[in-house]
Every structure is written in structure tokens, then in C-alpha cells.
Design a protein around this ligand. Structure first.
Ligand code: GN1
Ligand code: MG
Length: 367
């Protein structure tokens, strides 16, 4: 069922399960998320408006655990913000519980969650300026810093999310099953992935042997998952669904994948797609302004490579989903996920060509 097929009154009934202030004025779809369905709930009175989300339980098999992570992480961040004299209602998400005291409402088969809409906040899809990249880098650096002393265990909301060894297991299985007979049609694309298998698994050994430490990270740091205010300053990171234990480099790499792309993630015109080294430098500067002193030598050494790693992973994930029938990401046309694969591969090649330069930039910034 799509957003618009859900009757307004059903949505109102769902929203009313949550302890929201004021009377509901309207509920409208918001944004064009690829995974969850998102709505804005406008209310009367002094209270805030809200974000209502139907969580994709195919992607997130354990929504209660995911919400438990989000509640814990945002509580930790809020305490930090209050301590620093900031505004805990604007500088992180606020989860609204149901009237029964749960951070989600289960309406079989769907899970719903609500958080406060931060007044005046905006999301941005394309990083048009280096300043914006700098601020985005700072934003994720701050996010990681606030969580650096979070010690309690978090649930693994998606198994092996940025673990390329696990992704290759899924990949091998998908190619073996070939449920729609598409493998023969994407031989060249499969070669793009296979030719980098050894390199990526070698890199992942640094995580497996502990040289790249696990920390609490966001894991889905693309530009549109950062909220900005009207002045273009970062308010906070949103979409905390994948917040769990991972490496800081996965956050940096995923952000660089989106911020530095001169084209769109699903660009059909590949001539528009490339990695912009100016934006790369700006993002990394912003990130290091917060995190430089917290990184170990291995994290510093592989920081530039993280962009290549996550962009490669995205090529693999898009192609795997295409072969598997395009069920993970929402699509607008049948080959959408294949088009995404091609656009991300073009970006990957552009990064590989500029890797020497990227490394130099990082080395200079680290000093
Ligand atoms: C998804 O949830 P969203 O739209 O921010 C995906 C990311 C991909 C991204 C590609 C849970 O992000 O990993 O990088 O699409 N999130 C999940 O646009 O799989
Ligand atoms: Mg998401």
C-alpha cells in the first residue's frame, strides 16, 4: 500500500495512539524516502508538529529493538546537549511514546513511530557548496563525539550492514539463486564487483583484527539525513534507524559518497556523475575539526579509502537488489536500481582515479 492509499482517518487513528500535544489538523506525506513511509502531522495549539513514520519491517526485522536503540542514543545525546547549554529539542530527535508507554505502535503487520518535527528545519538533497559539506562533516563529527562514551550495547538492527564479508555472502547467495534469471543480463556489472572482491575483503580484515575499532555510529549519513536550519547550519542527524556499533569510517565514507557526487544517486546521465575533490576536502575538514584527536592512526590512514569502500558496497547492494527483483529500495521504473548501480559505479571509478589526491588532502589536513 502506498502513502496515499492509506485513508487519512486510519493515519489519524494511528497518530492518536501516541502522546502528542494538541489536536491533529492534517497528516501529509513528507519527502521521498526509499525505505520508510514518512508523514508530517500538523497540530493545533502551542505544541510541536510531528513526524509519523511507518517503519519498513522487511528492511528492519526487529523494529522494537531498533526503537530501543534510538531511544537510548537520543537520551544520551540529549544529556550531552543539556550539559553544553544547547537546546535538546532542536539538536537531536525527540521520540514520542505511545499512550501505552512504548516507543512504537504495532498495527499488524506495520510498525509506526513518532518524533517531534523540529520547527524551521529543512533537508537538502544536493551539496551545492563546500560550506555545506564542511558543516555536514562537522555535524557527523559532533554526533560521533557525543556518542564516543556510550558504553551500553546496542542491537544490530540490520545484520552485517556495512560488513563487506557478510555482503559478499548475500551476494554469492543471490547470484546462485538468480530468482529472475537476470544474472546473464548483468555480466559486465557483476565483473565490476568481482574484480574488487579481494581488495575489499582485505580492507575489512582491519576491522576483524581490531585495528579499526567498533564505535557507536550513524551508518546512513547521506546528506538528506542531516537537518539544517534556515541559515544552513546543522541542527542534527536524523534517520537514526541504523544507529549501532560500526566503524567511524563507515559514516565518513557514506557521507562522502553523497556529498561529493556532482550528479544524482540515480542519474541516468553518467556525464554528470563524478567525485568533486573540493567538496571532499571541505567535508573531511569539517569532520576532522571535531574528530581529529579521537581517531587512531589506522582510522586516519584509511579515511580517504572509506569513500571508495562504501561506494563500492552501494554498487554491490544496488546490483544485488536488482538481481533479486528490486524489493529493498522503492523504485519508480523497472530498471531504477540498475540505473542506481551504474551511477554509483561511475562515482566509484571517479574516486578511484582521484584516490592519490584524496589521500594527499587527508594527510595535509591531519598534518
Ligand atoms: C537507504 O534510509 P535511507 O533512504 O536514508 C539505505 C542506505 C543507502 C541509501 C541509498 C537502512 O537510506 O544504506 O545508502 O538508501 N538505508 C538502509 O540512498 O538500507
Ligand atoms: Mg533510512
Amino acid at each position: 500500500m502506498t502513502n496515499l492509499e492509506i485513508m487519512d482517518c486510519e493515519l489519524i487513528n494511528i497518530a492518536q495512539r501516541f502522546a502528542i500535544e494538541g489536536k491533529i489538523e492534517s497528516i501529509k506525506p513528507l519527502g521521498d524516502g526509499f525505505i520508510n513511509d514518512t508523514f508530517i502531522v500538523k497540530t493545533t495549539g502551542e505544541g510541536p508538529d510531528y513526524i509519523l513514520q511507518r517503519k519498513n519491517h522487511k528492511v528492519f526485522p526487529h523494529v522494537p529493538e531498533m526503537m530501543d536503540n534510538i531511544v537510548k542514543v537520543t537520551a544520551h545525546i540529549k544529556a550531552k546537549i543539556i550539559h553544553a547549554g544547547g537546546d535538546p529539542m532542536r539538536e537531536t530527535l525527540t521520540v514520542i511514546f505511545t499512550k501505552d508507554g512504548l516507543p512504537y505502535f504495532y498495527d499488524e503487520p506495520d510498525y509506526w513511530a513518532v518524533c517531534v518535527f523540529i520547527d524551521g528545519s529543512i533537508t537538502i538533497d544536493n551539496a551545492s557548496s563546500p560550506e555545506l559539506c564542511y558543516k555536514g562533516g562537522q555535524g557527523i563529527g559532533r554526533f560521533q563525539k557525543m556518542l564516543a562514551d556510550y558504553n551500553a550495547p546496542l542491537h544490530e538492527t540490520i545484520k552485517g550492514f556495512h560488513n563487506i564479508r557478510f555482503r559478499f555472502e548475500q551476494w554469492d547467495d543471490t547470484l546462485r539463486r538468480d530468482p529472475f534469471g537476470l544474472v546473464k543480463t548483468v555480466q559486465e556489472e557483476i565483473g565490476w564487483v568481482e574484480s574488487r572482491r579481494r581488495q575489499m575483503l582485505d580492507f575489512w580484515k582491519l576491522v576483524e583484527n581490531g585495528e579499526l575499532p567498533m564505535r557507536v555510529t550513524h551508518n546512513d549519513t547521506k546528506l538528506s539525513n542531516i537537518l539544517f536550519d534556515g541559515n544552513g547550519d546543522v541542527l542534527c542527524a536524523i534517520d537514526l534507524d541504523t544507529c549501532m556499533s560500526s566503524t567511524v569510517l563507515n559514516d565518513v565514507g557514506d557521507a562522502l559518497r553523497s556529498y561529493t557526487n556532482t550528479g544524482d544517486e540515480d542519474d541516468q546521465d553518467l556525464s554528470r556523475v563524478s567525485m568533486d575533490i573540493g567538496r571532499f576536502k571541505a567535508y573531511v575538514s569539517g569532520y576532522l575539526s571535531e574528530m581529529k584527536d579521537s581517531l587512531n592512526d589506522c582510522e586516519k590512514e584509511w579515511l580517504a579509502f572509506s569513500a571508495i569502500y562504501i561506494t563500492f558496497e552501494q554498487v554491490l547492494r544496488f546490483l544485488m537488489d536488482y538481481i533479486d527483483g528490486s524489493t529493498y529500495w522503492k523504485i519508480q521504473y523497472p530498471t531504477h536500481t540498475l540505473v542506481r548501480t551504474h551511477a554509483q559505479y561511475k562515482l566509484l571509478q571517479s574516486m578511484e582515479e582521484q584516490y592519490g589526491e584524496m589521500k594527499k588532502v587527508v594527510d595535509q589536513l591531519i598534518g
